[in-house]
Design a protein around this ligand. Structure first.
Ligand code: HEC
Length: 198
């Protein structure tokens, strides 16, 4: 049934592409399914229809990271974060612990990883915060977020125009699935660019 419905929606979306712009009167919501998955129109028939178009507002957890301590001397390429160039900032609560593998990360530590696309545009901001016991026993009480207020055109079909995924949304489950494999759930900073290892 789902499949049949979907092709109906796709057909509507296709029909809508004949005109200058999809009209709501064409029946229902052409973006109810995922007609954009197959790119029926070459353009983006759903532009303007996604909730993400409203924007996502400012960064919450991690706000102000620009004034925190940056822990890398130079950007490096993070294979695990889309092959983007990245940097890492840590707030005062977590600073000493982050640099010392033997130390537990204290509650209230916030780590922000900024990233840049190949053309230098801002990529997503990745945030982790160590929260109180009971926040999320399944993730060692780590909060995760991915914040990308201006998604470049090539990613918009998949992500919408703006992204703010954060715990407890299952959109950030994949962060934990990878991070849980690391000591203290931290991937760390390559020694060549870690400020305290030069
Ligand atoms: C496939 C594995 C993988 C996934 C998925 C992943 N990370 Fe990471 N993360 C790493 C590794 C490895 C590092 C450190 C090395 C690097 O980035 O090159 C890291 C580093 C970080 C850091 C810096 C703190 C640290 O761990 O040392 C933050 C913050 C971060 N990731 C957040 C996130 C968030 C938020 C998500 C999900 C939106 C995510 N990561 C998804 C593997 C991953």
């Amino acid at each position: 049934m789902k499949k049949i419905l979907f092709s109906g929606v796709a057909a509507l979306a296709l029909a809508a592409c004949g005109g200058a712009s999809p009209s709501p009167a064409a029946g229902g919501d052409p973006c109810g399914g995922d007609p954009c998955g197959g790119d029926p129109c070459g353009g983006d028939p759903c532009a303007g229809a996604s909730a993400a178009d409203e924007g996502v507002g400012p960064l919450k957890v991690g706000a102000g990271y620009e004034s925190w301590t940056k822990l890398n001397t130079e950007k490096w390429k993070s294979k695990t974060h889309g092959g983007r160039m990245v940097e890492v900032y840590v707030n005062d609560v977590g600073l000493e612990a982050y640099k010392n593998d033997e130390t537990d990360i204290p509650v209230g530590s916030v780590i922000v990883k900024t990233s840049f696309e190949a053309d230098g545009a801002d990529g997503p901001v990745f945030v982790m915060e160590k929260r109180e016991d009971g926040f999320a026993p399944d993730t060692e009480n780590w909060y995760y977020a991915m914040y990308w207020p201006v998604v470049p055109p090539k990613w918009q079909k998949r992500l919408g125009n703006a992204v703010y995924w954060e715990s407890p949304s299952n959109k950030v489950d994949y962060c934990w699935k990878c991070h849980e494999n690391y000591d203290r759930e931290l991937g760390g900073i390559p020694a060549e660019v870690a400020t305290w290892q030069q």
